[in-house]
Design a binder for this molecule. Structure first.
Ligand SMILES: Nc1ncnc2c1ncn2[C@@H]1O[C@H](COP(=O)(O)OP(=O)(O)OP(=O)(O)O)[C@@H](O)[C@H]1O
Ligand SMILES: [Mg+2]
Length: 265
């Protein structure tokens, strides 16, 4: 469904952000994209719906067999829904409802269906009663939820999420994971939230310094402590569970006299 072939990219200031990246994602797969700050994750994701194009791009990207180029950007953007890392890059309307409706409006849906999709999407991200709010007055986590609703409302075949759980509270994060599991789309998720990647992704792609340094099964790569540390990452706590002292890595809870539970230090 996604084919990336020897893709390279330099920003206008000359910074080489991607070097000869090649990988494929099959239909229905959920794949994680991990790597330290500045690795090139967001740059790569933006290429998938043609946001960063020629003349500084080399290589080929195909979506469902169709090459991403200036001639078919509209079709590509219908097929690939991109959740930006920074919600302020995605929100520009006067109200939340208008922002969520913007994407599906391009699909020329009947007004009733458009309205229904906006309502369903806001419900799915647990923002009931937010339709008339101004997006720029929302908290960071609320903004990210509005962006997610906007992408979800388009029901694209491919969902590309850049740091979807950043700024989510723990309940919102759990809800996101459940929502993501319920969606049949092909998914590519860039994140530093490695427990979420572990929960959702069967395979991961690792970038470092603009280069692809590994592609493979999630637990095999995330469980390789030496490899993870060498690339500015860490083996997730949950993968230490088989270790005899694993419980020490997880905060335990003690019960003080007043009955209030607090984390033991
Ligand atoms: N507009 C730009 N102009 C010049 N260089 C840029 C621009 N945007 C990003 N870069 C550089 O490109 C490289 C890749 O950045 P990118 O945002 O893709 O990294 P990332 O892996 O998404 O990082 P993070 O984990 O912080 O989100 C970095 O070195 C960054 O400084
Ligand atoms: Mg990024």
């Amino acid at each position: 469904m996604i084919e990336v072939e020897k893709v390279g990219f330099s920003y206008p200031d000359g910074r080489l952000a991607l070097k000869e990246i090649s990988f494929q994602v099959a239909a229905g797969e959920t794949v994680g994209l991990i790597g330290p700050n500045g690795a090139g994750k967001s740059t790569l994701l933006m290429h998938l719906n043609g946001l960063l194009g020629l003349p500084r791009k080399t290589g080929v990207i195909r979506i469902g067999g169709r090459e991403v180029n200036d001639q078919n950007l509209l079709e590509i953007r219908r097929r690939v829904g991109l959740l930006f890392q920074d919600p302020d890059d995605q929100l520009f309307s006067a109200t939340v409802a208008e922002d969520v409706a913007f994407g599906p409006m391009q699909l020329e849906l009947p007004p009733k269906e458009l309205e229904q999709r906006v309502q369903d999407a806001l419900r799915a991200v647990h923002l009931p009663g937010f339709a008339a709010r101004a997006p720029h007055h929302l908290s960071l986590g609320e903004k990210k939820r509005v962006c997610l609703a906007g992408v979800w409302a388009c029901q694209p075949e491919i969902l590309v999420f850049d740091e979807p759980t950043a700024n989510f509270d723990p309940r919102g994060r759990r809800e996101f994971i459940a929502l993501c599991r319920s969606l049949p789309a092909t998914k590519l998720i860039a994140s530093h939230d490695l427990e979420m990647i572990l929960a959702l992704c069967s395979r991961v792609i690792v970038l470092d310094g603009g280069e692809l340094v590994a592609v493979g099964e999630t637990t095999a790569i995330l469980g390789d402590e030496e490899f993870m540390l060498a690339h500015g990452l860490e083996k997730p706590h949950s993968l230490f569970h088989s270790h005899p002292h694993a419980h020490r890595a997880v905060p335990t809870v003690c019960q003080p006299a007043n009955g209030m539970a607090k984390p033991a230090v």
